[in-house]
Design a protein around this ligand. Structure first.
Ligand code: SAM
Ligand code: SF4
Length: 336
């Protein structure tokens, strides 16, 4: 199905940033409980509050009509949503037309089962989050995950033809010493690696300050072992990239606490419940589900424009002892 392009009036926010990238949280549920992301006993939204597949597709297609060229499905864990492959097929039908890229961030536990279907739907690249390759550490960080399952999923995704970027949150005392080995492994396997600083999003059972690792220090250490050349071919995203020697691997750093990336931000986020958040670090939101249900596509378009117009200049993350999370929402609600 084609998307009729609105008059060439891109979505531009109040600071002149053109929005090209939509992240969609298709579910707030997850089969893991990573310590920095969720509390052990999380309460999830009742299913009747979630957007239906058809509503997600309509909203995504209106974003495409208004100029968005890239969509990432995330969550929670996107592959635990029952109709996610159907959604991927619907959105994937626009790749090469209204959409340059459809991608996903997943924890990899169900990738072995779904990798072929994702490729068949038009997906070419995925991000897989894996903070440790050590079985005991992985189980500790995720509270019960099995890293072999994730490694199997990554192998299946590679075999199916997907390019893979590993996401690794740097955690003091838990995986700092695994960062260099993880980069070696990514080079050997032909994957990219993105390192992420913990962000103060949503209440968890511990104090994130205890686990925070500034990536500036990590980068200095990596530079001593690897030949890192800055890669300025930007994605308009928060990550800064380096080429690792002559390998095809790119190292990305997402360091919201030590290096602000908001000036070039081209993305907005749709929650499971249909709310549009124009910034991960602010509470301002517009209810697209209500607009669509009450006023159809014209009201939806107006609500999208309203949300974009109000996109804040920058997040205001701080991490410090006793500091409350910057926003109460967990990353799993807004879609990491
Ligand atoms: N479940 C999927 C996964 O883990 O890849 C997708 C959702 S998850 C919220 C997306 C990404 O956000 C993951 O790479 C995860 O490590 C990261 N993340 C979650 N909470 C975070 C936090 N508080 N600070 C930094 N990164 C976080
Ligand atoms: Fe689940 Fe991803 Fe959050 Fe881990 S980071 S608890 S896998 S949503």
């Amino acid at each position: 199905m084609g998307v009729s392009q609105a008059a060439a009036d891109d979505l531009v926010d109040g600071f002149g940033r053109t929005i090209r990238y939509l992240r969609i949280s298709v579910t707030d549920r997850c089969d893991l409980r990573c310590r920095y992301c969720m509390a052990e006993k999380m309460t999830f939204l009742p299913r009747d509050r979630l957007l239906a597949l058809e509503e997600i597709a309509i909203i995504a297609e209106r974003f495409m009509a208004l100029g968005v060229r890239k969509i990432r499905l995330s969550g929670g864990e996107p592959l635990v949503r029952r109709d996610v492959i159907e959604l991927t097929q619907r959105l994937g039908s626009h790749v090469g037309g209204a959409l340059d890229e459809l991608t996903m961030t997943t924890n990899g536990t169900r990738l072995a089962e779904h990798a072929e279907a994702l490729v068949a739907a038009g997906m070419r690249r995925i991000n897989v989050s894996m903070d440790s390759r050590d079985p005991d550490r992985f189980r500790f960080i995720t509270r019960h995950g099995d890293v072999e399952q994730v490694l199997g999923g990554i192998a299946a995704a590679k075999h199916a033809g997907l390019s893979i970027k590993i996401n690794m949150v740097a955690l003091k005392g838990l995986n700092e010493d695994e960062i260099a080995p993880m980069l070696h492994w990514c080079v050997a396997e032909g994957h990219d690696l993105t390192l992420i600083e913990t962000m103060p999003l949503g209440a968890i059972d511990e104090d994130r300050t205890d686990r925070f690792v500034p990536l500036t220090a990590v980068f200095e250490q990596l530079s001593a072992h690897f030949n890192l050349k800055r890669d300025l071919a930007g994605t308009g995203g928060p990550a800064r990239y380096w080429r690792v020697g002559d390998s095809g691997t790119r190292l990305g750093l997402i360091s919201p606490l030590t290096a602000n990336f908001c000036d070039g931000c081209n993305r907005v986020r749709l929650t499971t419940e249909g709310r549009l958040y124009s910034c991960l670090g602010h509470d301002d939101q517009v209810d697209l589900k209500a607009a669509l249900r009450q006023g159809g596509v014209p009201a939806l378009d107006a609500a999208i424009r309203l949300g974009i117009a109000g996109k804040p200049a920058r997040h205001d993350f701080r991490i410090g002892v006793g500091e409350a999370p910057a926003v109460a929402r967990h990353m799993s609600v807004t879609g990491g």
